[in-house]
Write a protein that binds this ligand. Sequence first.
Ligand SMILES: NC(=O)C1=CN([C@@H]2O[C@H](COP(=O)(O)OP(=O)(O)OC[C@H]3O[C@@H](n4cnc5c(N)ncnc54)[C@H](O)[C@@H]3O)[C@@H](O)[C@H]2O)C=CC1
Ligand SMILES: O=C(O)C(=O)COP(=O)(O)O
Length: 409
Amino acid sequence: MPKTSLDKSKIKILLLEGVHQTAVDNFKASGYTNIEYHPKSLSEADLLTAIEDAYFVGIRSRTQLTEEVFAAAKKLVAVGCFCIGTNQVELYSALIRGIPVFNAPYSNTRSVAELVLGEMIMLMRGIPHKSRECHKGGWIKSAEGSYEVRGKTLGIVGYGNIGSQLSVLAEALGLKVIYYDVVTKLAMGNAHQVDTLDELLAQSDVVSLHVPELNSTKWMIAAEQLGKMKAGAHLINASRGSVVVIEDLADVLKSGHLAGAAIDVFPVEPRSNDDEFVSPLRDLDNVILTPHIGGSTLEAQENIGKEVSEKLIRYSDNGTTTFAVNFPEVALPAHPGKHRLLHIHENIPGVLSEVNRVLSENGINVSSQYLQTNEKVGYVVVDVDREYSQQALEALKNVKGTVRSRVLF
Ligand SMILES: NC(=O)C1=CN([C@@H]2O[C@H](COP(=O)(O)OP(=O)(O)OC[C@H]3O[C@@H](n4cnc5c(N)ncnc54)[C@H](O)[C@@H]3O)[C@@H](O)[C@H]2O)C=CC1
Ligand SMILES: O=C(O)C(=O)COP(=O)(O)O
């Protein structure tokens, strides 16, 4: 089992929001036994306290890692988002402190696509309303307003990992698929990319949103866009709550312009299952409301637990940053018999030559060296003979522009 310069039992790992047990098992199997596990997200004040002495933190979509939180997290080495979205993390604050952020870009994509597919059928048959009536003792046996999905047009906004999977599943049911994306994307099957969002809104019987939260996607579906959708169409949002102006959606549902909606994500979501869910959509019976569970299947959570914990363990044990979302990516081989120095520095001219000058002046023989930079930060990894590593580490700490450095055995 690889060792770190710090005793692994002292490396506190803070896991929040009930990340799957596979993550805990993985950490323990790799020797990381100091795990603080919370089944829910923490309040801001509790988070600031809990993260103070944590080396790794694992979160899902709820926990906000802000500049203030990073400023308090003096020992933090890396962040694991046990989900796809990383909008809840101030990535720049992490980067300038030399903290890579990892996520799980694929593991829950199928779960979201399946949910959307099911909701599409339920909406087109008017099931939310009919089901609610049955529960109340009513009986609406009628074909009025009920349609097959076959032959209808599904418009997908954001044709990434989820959008493109949904496209394939929907075509198998006989839907015609069009999509809008800011990037030219290879069409799956017979799907067709349209040039503008307006074009997509005007043609679709169901619009499904699969964009990340970005400045450019914030409130991208408001009254104007909803007004451009076909009369009687449906909207599905399992992306982020900030993509749709929820009050405007409530208005077009009440006016009858849209026939229905399925919404999984909200501008404001309860912090835990014990808090009340408040939304202008709550009393509309043509709306399927779900509590941000698009990616919440046991299969997805188990895989995410494995995937993200593996990325954190690899970074901790070996220094590899492949697939970090904010950080220079370096894929590193094992370093048997050597000590590995990790040096994270500001990307300013002269740091690398200074690193090499310092090593050479101290008579330290470098057996391998790896480097990657992004606009703000450089990450250099140096393997040296074990008897020199402490001396080399001390020398590197004094290089101008150093953000942090550590040694792996
Ligand atoms: N409800 C839930 O539980 C879950 C929600 N999500 C959300 O779904 C989002 C999408 O996930 P993936 O498909 O895996 O992401 P992805 O990154 O693979 O795809 C996103 C696509 O959106 C496109 N895009 C970006 N800005 C756009 C714009 N302004 N207009 C049109 N297209 C734009 C991108 O080019 C990309 O093709 C995630 O970022 C996350 O926020 C993800 C998993 C579970
Ligand atoms: O993967 C994502 O981006 C999600 O939205 C899922 O978030 P969750 O882990 O269910 O809080």
